[in-house]
Structures are given as structure tokens and as C-alpha cells.
Write a protein that binds this ligand. Sequence first.
Ligand code: ZN
Length: 388
Amino acid sequence: MWEFTSPRTIVMGEGALEYLRDVEAKRALIVTDKVMHDLGFVSKVSSYLEQAGVEVEVFDEVEPEPSIETVVRGGELAKRYCPDLIVGLGGGSCMDAAKAIWVLYERPDLSVEEISPLVKLGLRKKAKLICIPTTSGTGSEATWAVVITDAEERRKMELASREVVADVAILDPELPSSMPPKLVADTGLDALTHAIEAYVSQWRNDFSDALAIKAIQIVFEYLPRSYRDPSDGVAKEKMHNAATMAGLAFSNSQIGVAHAMGHALGALFKIPHGRSVAVFLPYSIEYNSSEALDRYAEIARAIGVDARDSEEAVSKLVEAVYGLLREVEEPCAVKEMGIDRSSYEQRLEDLVERAMQSTATIANPRVPGVEDYRKLFLYAYDGKRIDF
Ligand SMILES: [Zn+2]
């Protein structure tokens, strides 16, 4: 038995934000950050909500990779303000913080760490959740994932619950139009990694497959355009949709080894999420291909690769991923990220240990042990092809 969970409503396309004009609620708490203020998005969302007769309060203290302390503060505000609608506005950090704040508000007896697929949360007794992404990558608007950082231990907690999937996701292509190119590349590659990992996961299913493969096709076709030309509205809209589709795919399948490694690298060396997972993507494909050759070959064919057999298709897929990374000027190996070898090697055991603790590889086609992880991290540092 398998459950497919998604937002009840996904509003997309030009003018999607206007959906808020007809929202039914009394008091909304917008969970966001200062950048959203400066870009004018908070006032735009507030004004639509006010047109619907909704009172608005704003919590704009979310930092990149939100900490436990931040969401606890947001939870306290929610308990005082008593909203019947929570709006997560921003990138993955803002939306993940909104989910966690929502849980703390509805379940004051719980702590953030207790958010788990195994715990019945009983949400939606006090409020509903609308997520409005302003980047095109994390897919948080459609997923069950909540990534909160334990700042003291520099550890990313990979929390999840089907109940935290938003009621409504609003995909307005005007919002990601203001992303700088580097952020377009980082977030777009995160979406690609979600989709490819979801497609080969052992928990994949026909529904996640369909969303993953379409998202992969869109990213290969439109990410370079979106990166090169900020005014390319078609590419921006396509990438915005692809990110949500990839989110739906992995949320109903699972991510994999590139995310396990990327979370470790990102936490220890402060690398943005998308960049830190995407750098491991080609290596993860080569590593997994002994167990998932035909699945990767299907992906290769879906993006137009012509090959005699599955081996050739997968090797061309790896080349295509490297090609895309270069096209959007992202690193193809860890050594290109400004991390010197000695500090990387010094932290190798820590990287391996963190990756081993990650839940991302539960359903990975090939489950790495300590020795494999050591080699994977070292090969990916040098840009060496996987031969084990
Ligand atoms: Zn990701």
C-alpha cells in the first residue's frame, strides 16, 4: 500500500497570487524573511489577503537554513496571534519554517525534533497552510519535508510528516523572476537532483515517475534559458512548475545519496543546498548505476539521448548532467568550490558520519557503507569517475 500526498490545490501561471483575494480566513500569519520585504512580496501578499478581509501579521525573521530557535520564536508568535491561516512565503527556508511553526502552534506539547512520519500530529484544527515559493527548486510548497538546522551541532534535521503538506501551493511565475542567476542555477539543480533521485528510488511509483520524468525534461530544456536570460518568462514559469513537480515526486518517493552527501557538505562548509547536492549528482548516478542502470537509461532517453544500450545511455546521461552544470557555471567537483584539500580531508570522517546518519539513502538503489562514502567524497572532490 502506498499513499500519494499533495496539496489539495495548486494554483499556477501568471496572476496566480490573485487567488489570495478570495481566500477564506480571518487572521493570517505570513512566515517569511527580510529579503521578501525588500522585494515587495510581503506587501503584495498582504494586500491581496486584506482585500479578502483577512487580518495580517508578519513573522519575517527566518534566516537561510532556519534554526530551532527561530521556529520556536515563530511558534510563540503564532500562539499569541492565533491565526487560522499560515502563509509560507519565500524559498525553502521560509516554507520549511512555516511548516514547523504551524506544528508548534497546533501542537504546543511537541518539540520540533518530534515531527516525524510516525507521529500523528492532528494538524488543521487551528489553521491551514498556504505555501508561496519565490525560488524554483526546493519544492517545499508540495513536500512533506521540513529541514531545520540544529545550530549548536551544525546538523540539518531531515524531518517529515505527510500532514505538513500545504493545503494550497501558489506558483506565480512573477516571484522567481527576481532571482539572481546564481540562485536560478542553485535552485534549478536542486529540482533536477530531486527528480532524478526520486525516479531511481526504491520507493518510486507510477505517480512519482510521471512527475519526475517531466520535471527532468523541463530542467534540461529550460534551466539554461532561465539562467542566461532573466527576462525569459516562459523559462521562468516552466522551471517554477518543474520544481513543484520534482518536489511532489520525491515527497512521494524518496531522495538519495546525492542529498545525503550534499546535506553533510552544506552543513560543514556552508554551501547553498542546491549547489551542494548537485555537485554529487553525476557521481551518484555512476555509483547507483550498477543497481539502477535501466532506470537511468530511461531518463537518458527521455531527454533525447540516442544510445545503443543502457550502459551507453547512462554514460551519456552523466555527460549531460556535467554539461548542464557547466552551462549554468556550477562546480562539477568539490575542489572547484573553493574548499582546500587539507580542510576537506580533515573533515572527511565527519562528512562520512553525517551522510551515514542521513535518512536520504533509506530507499537509494545502492546503500553505501562507510568505505563507499569515503571513496565517494574523495572521488567527487577530485572529479574522478566512479570505478567501484
Ligand atoms: Zn534538495
